[in-house]
Design a protein around this ligand. Structure first.
Ligand code: 6PG
Length: 241
């Protein structure tokens, strides 16, 4: 499903409400809400809403478990660190138990960090399949999502839940959830905004299937719901909106 809003703020308000609904339903059904956050700049308006009334009081933070979809291999206090961005933007301001927040270990070799995180996930999902209630994703103008970049080896990964991602353009090492894990989620929200992504968004959604060049095309939930939250600028070239 593709939802088109006037701008990123309106889209983030809608996404925040939908996130709250999923959180409440997940807690009602399973006693907990497990979410994976995305990095980048697109989710910041959403994260800001989560620490403000009414949402900060309505979301069951004491039964929420927070993971990440990917992380840059930089120290936690580095400005590019996704976990730092989330802590600075909202996690520091909500009543979530500290032991419910699982950041990726970005200070070791990415393969070690990936193995450690996979163990954390296996422990969290020990009594069930690794099904996130919600995974938040962004999309780069090059078609990447999480840290699954064009031409990278993790595109072909079928078994691992977490792997090394590598951004050749920026020569930056990453840790990322893999597409097979992401696709098991009950709900996946993409947040894609701005005219700079319009052509890529059209190619990803309406173009030929070519995940080597457009890794965001790997994201097709096995059983869950996929919703694209976009603004008019990013959706401008879409036929199917
Ligand atoms: C990251 C994200 C990445 C992001 C896209 C879009 O670690 O940067 O996980 O996949 O979602 O690069 O980034 P923007 O939201 O900044 O455009």
């Amino acid at each position: 499903m593709i939802k088109v809003y006037k701008d990123k703020i309106e889209a983030s308000e809608a996404m925040a409400e939908d996130l709250k609904t999923i959180a409440l339903n997940s807690v009602k059904e399973n006693g907990r809400f497990t979410i994976a956050l995305t990095g980048g700049s697109s989710p910041i308006p959403l994260y800001n809403l989560l620490k403000e009334k009414p949402l900060v009081d309505e979301i069951p933070w004491d039964k929420t478990y927070i993971f990440w979809g990917d992380e840059r291999c930089v120290p936690f206090d580095h400005e590019d660190n996704n976990a730092k961005m989330a802590w600075d933007t909202f996690l520091d301001f909500i009543p979530i138990p500290l032991d419910h927040v699982y950041r990726m270990n970005s200070e070791v070799h990415p393969r070690q960090g990936a193995e450690e995180y996979e163990k954390e996930l296996k422990n969290h999902f020990k009594d069930s399949d690794p099904v996130f209630d919600l995974i938040l994703l962004g999309m780069g103008a090059d078609g990447h999502t999480a840290s699954i970049f064009p031409g990278s080896g993790v595109i072909h990964e079928k078994e691992k839940w977490v792997d090394r991602g590598y951004n050749m353009e920026l020569n930056s090492d990453r840790i990322t959830l893999t597409a097979p894990l992401i696709n098991q989620a009950k709900n996946i929200f993409f947040g894609v905004y701005g005219e700079g992504k319009a052509e890529t968004l059209k190619n990803v959604i309406e173009g030929e299937y070519n995940p080597l060049e457009l890794p965001s095309q790997l994201i097709k939930p096995d059983h869950g719901n996929l919703v694209w939250y976009t603004d008019e600028a990013a959706a401008a070239l879409l036929e199917s909106k």
